[in-house]
Design a protein around this ligand. Structure first.
Ligand code: ADP
Ligand code: MG
Length: 828
């Protein structure tokens, strides 16, 4: 095999010629089409209809003056659509960056150096190193291979794996189940077998999260009720007024309906999720399914691997206990898939090779002198591997694996066996990761000769103990599930702060009745010598106990457990492509602490969603009550405008303005909040409604107060001889400014976020804009407002002060009750 690969220049040339190793992307949707799509909503249809009615009336009445109302509705519609497009773009860009992060990486030989690149950069002629668990990135020929077995079921539907020897073709998208090899690529991108496959594997799934679906349902309900209310109001006005003022009444009820529905919510929600997911990616946790974000906020158990997740996976041979050193070293060199001098491979095997190098052994030469005849690859299901080689014209086998497993396959005197058993226990209790070696004639795997042990040291990651403490403070249990020896597992558990003295092994799991297991699961935090099936079993048991489980896994056989878990977590660096494909979350740094960070982000997003929902709904409640109350009052008192139509508190355009232009930007800014205290609380119960008692109280309370004070203004202002337009202007100013005052309280109801300067800026800018609406002539004209005399400013100011005082007291009261409740239900 040519051992240099392509030159960087040649690779770049070919990349330009053949294109990236990816399927052609869908051309992006043109801007105008996106923009138009924003109008596809029943509410907007109603508004468009209203706009048409307005324009028709204006034309019909002889085109007098400028049609301000129609223009204002149009502006609001355009603003809304523009905001929608912008939010969509931001959300999509965020997801596109995620997709790039989640793209598979491969080892390729270029200019004689093994480098790790994104599989999209591959070109025909590249030499790619293949490891068990990887998807084959492009079509190619196997130039060198050791026991390579490929699952081609994605292409052929044939589920039995196929053996591949040198010279045979391997196809893009198929899966290397076992063994290793080198392939020389022949076809990439859409010319490869992948191109013939309809769906690209490993894409990020975009679907509605449970929360979004719940909100959709809720939104429809609100819309229905509001529709009914508007209809009733319209009929009522018609009954009282007769058809003379139909067009005005119609327009007004439409606006009320629109004002009562939080239009901004879906867009703000999508953006909040997308930005949150991007922030998670910044902290090395890539979400592959948006709904995992919510599940993350609710996780009650994190079941994690030990090796590489809690520990550094940077192994080092601390010592060996090999009575027959020569044979022992031979086993170490031959029963291994790692290549000397290469960074690719199992860190454990690399550590062994490094040890041999230091001992002065030429592994390459030894392997050449003893060619491999057959092998059984390592699998965590059986926990050892065998390599049969030619030695002095005879076939002999070398095995390496978990000590108890190999000990059971060896022939030893009883006292020697007991001695080794004691040694194994003692070494493992010190926290060593142990490997045993054995050998025997032929291809036998039984009645072997015991060779001894290697003691490896895999230090815990320094940030893990703190991460475990944070998880525990957040009401999350951390379980260690490992294939390693029970004593090693326990020693590491103690080093990182996982409590408990008991270990449950895979054998125990098989031996116990379901009831016993359920009981044991409540106390035991460390599980050792487990196989992937046991993992699946454990997930099922935990879920049956009502836990929300995040589970890590790296092997091909871990896929079922990852799928079953509420949040399946795969490793971005080591681990199989299959595990990444089924996972909800991929850790770019393979680090346990990253899971805890992702949980924190998940909870943070959830908290933000709650605060902007409170903020938006508070306006909707206030507007509906205000308008309904005002119209009823006007009808009772016989208040009419110059044309004789019933006086309504706010016009269609004004309602829309408050709901969309005044409310939208602060709601967006609320989604940027950070809540340090989320990690000092129990997980969110997914069965609980999104809006707890306090949030509902907040929405209703603030809504009622804003409507009440508005109605009071409506009653008081005419006493100062103000014209109806001026009264309305004062009311508009009050409602839009009061809403801004409630942004701060809405974020404090259930949490204590850190400062949010952007929110502050947006609130100030919005307040300025609102003041301009009654002071700047063009805006005044568009919104049907007029300048305010001093008494009106005074009254509005007083009402604002009252609202503010109320908001502060109300929130303080809510928080007190909230913390009393929290104390009554402490962490589990
Ligand atoms: P974990 O990675 O959680 O320790 P594994 O199932 O990968 O669990 O490994 C189980 C045991 O198998 C290890 O404790 C070790 O003794 C042995 N083992 C691990 N990797 C290899 C390998 N490449 N070859 C032989 N034995 C191995
Ligand atoms: Mg492992």
């Amino acid at each position: 095999m040519n051992r240099t690969g392509l030159s960087q220049r040649e690779a770049a040339d070919r990349l330009a010629r053949y294109g990236p190793n990816a399927l052609p992307e869908q051309p992006p949707e043109p801007l105008w089409r996106r923009f138009l799509r924003q109008f596809r909503s029943p509410l907007i249809y109603i508004l468009l209809f209203a706009l048409l009615v307005e324009l028709a009336l204006w034309l019909y009445e002889g085109r007098q003056g400028t049609p301000f109302e129609a223009l204002a509705i149009l502006t609001i519609l355009l603003f809304n659509a523009g905001l929608g497009v912008w939010q969509e773009r931001r959300a999509e860009n965020a997801l596109a960056r995620l997709r790039a992060l989640a793209a598979p990486q491969v080892w390729v030989l270029r200019e004689g150096v093994l480098t790790r690149i994104s599989s999209q950069q591959l070109v025909p002629g590249d030499l790619v190193r293949l490891e068990a668990g990887e998807r084959i990135p492009a079509d190619g020929l196997l130039v060198e291979g050791q026991g390579l077995m490929v699952d081609e079921s994605v292409l052929t539907g044939e589920s039995l794996p196929v053996d591949k020897g040198p010279g045979e073709e391997v196809l893009a998208g198929t899966l290397a189940l076992r063994g290793t090899g080198w392939i020389e690529l022949t076809r990439t991108g859409s010319h490869s077998a992948m191109g013939r496959l309809a769906q690209m594997l490993g894409s990020i799934r975009m679907e509605k999260t449970p929360l979004e679906r719940r909100l959709d349902v809720f939104g429809h309900q609100v819309a229905r009720w509001v529709g009914l209310l508007a209809l009733a109001l319209l009929l009522g006005i018609l009954l009282v007024e007769g058809p003379a003022h139909f067009s005005k009444a119609f327009l007004f009820t439409v606006a009320l309906a629109v004002a009562a529905v939080p239009e901004g919510l879906p867009a703000v929600l999508t953006l909040a999720l997308a930005l949150g997911v991007e922030r998670m990616a910044g902290r090395k946790a890539v979400v592959r399914r948006l709904s995992a974000v919510e599940a993350l906020g609710s996780v009650t158990v994190i079941a994690t691997d030990k090796t590489g997740t809690l520990t550094q996976n940077q192994m080092e041979v601390r010592a060996t206990d090999l009575p027959d050193l020569l044979r022992g070293h031979r086993a170490m060199a031959l029963a291994s898939d790692a290549e000397p001098g290469s960074p690719v491979g199992d860190p454990l095997e690399l550590a062994l090779l490094e040890h041999l190098r230091k001992a002065g052994m030429d592994v390459q030469a030894l392997r050449q002198a003893h060619p491999r005849l057959s092998s059984r690859p390592f699998d965590s299901a059986w926990k050892y591997m065998r390599v049969t080689v030619k030695e002095a014209d005879q076939a002999v086998s070398y095995l390496k694996g978990a000590p108890e497993v190999l000990l059971a396959r060896c022939q030893l005197e009883p006292h020697e066996r007991a001695l080794w058993q004691e040694k194994i226990e003692a070494y493992a209790r010190q926290g060593h990761r142990l490997l045993a070696f054995a050998w025997g004639p032929g291809e036998g795997e039984d009645r072997l000769t015991w060779l001894g042990l290697a003691l490896l040291w895999d230090p815990p990651r320094p940030e893990v103990p703190e991460a475990i403490r944070r998880a525990q403070a957040a009401g999350i249990r951390v379980l260690m599930i490992t294939g390693d020896h029970p004593a090693t597992a326990l020693a590491v558990a103690q080093q990182v702060g996982i409590p408990g003295q008991r270990v449950l092994t895979g054998e125990d799991i098989e031996g116990h009745t379901p009831e016993e297991l359920q009981q044991a699961l409540r106390e035991v935090n460390v599980f050792a010598r487990v196989s992937p099936e046991h993992k699946l079993h454990l997930v099922n048991l935990l879920k049956a106990q009502g836990e929300i489980v995040a589970m890590t896994g790296d092997g091909i056989n871990d896929a079922p457990a990852l799928k079953r878990a509420d949040v399946g977590v795969a490793m971005g660096q080591r681990g199989s492509d299959v595990s990444r494909e089924v996972a909800d979350l991929v850790l770019l740094d393979d680090n346990f602490a990253t899971i805890v960070n992702a949980v924190e982000e998940g909870r943070n997003i959830y908290e933000n969603i709650r605060s902007f929902i409170r903020f938006l709904f508070s306006t909707n409640v206030a507007l509906v009550l205000l308008v309904a109350g005002g119209v009823i009052g006007a009808a009772l008192l016989g208040l009419r405008d110059a044309t004789g139509a019933l006086l309504v508190p706010l016009t269609a355009v004004q309602l829309l303005w408050i709901n969309i232009i005044a409310d939208g930007p602060p709601a967006l800014a609320l989604s940027l909040d950070r809540h340090p205290e989320v990690m000092r609380r129990p997980p969110y119960d997914p069965r609980q409604p999104l809006l707890d008692r306090f949030s509902l109280t907040f929405i209703l309370g603030t809504g009622v107060v804003k409507a009440g004070l508005g109605l009071a203004l409506l009653a008081l202002l005419p006493l100062y001889q103000l014209a109806p337009v001026a009264v309305r202007s004062a009311l508009f100013l009050y409602e839009s400014l009061a809403q801004l005052l409630f942004a701060q309280p809405s974020r404090l109801t259930t949490s204590r976020p850190s400062g949010n300067p952007i929110l502050l800026l947006i609130l100030l800018a919005s307040a300025g804009l609102q003041i301009l609406t009654v002071t700047l002539e063009p805006l005044r004209a568009a919104l049907g407002l007029t300048s305010l005399p001093w008494p009106a400013w005074g009254l509005v100011g007083a009402a604002l002060l009252l609202s503010w005082a109320f908001a502060m007291l109300f929130v303080a009261w809510l928080r007190r009750h909230n913390s009393v409740q929290a104390r009554a239900h402490p962490l589990r």
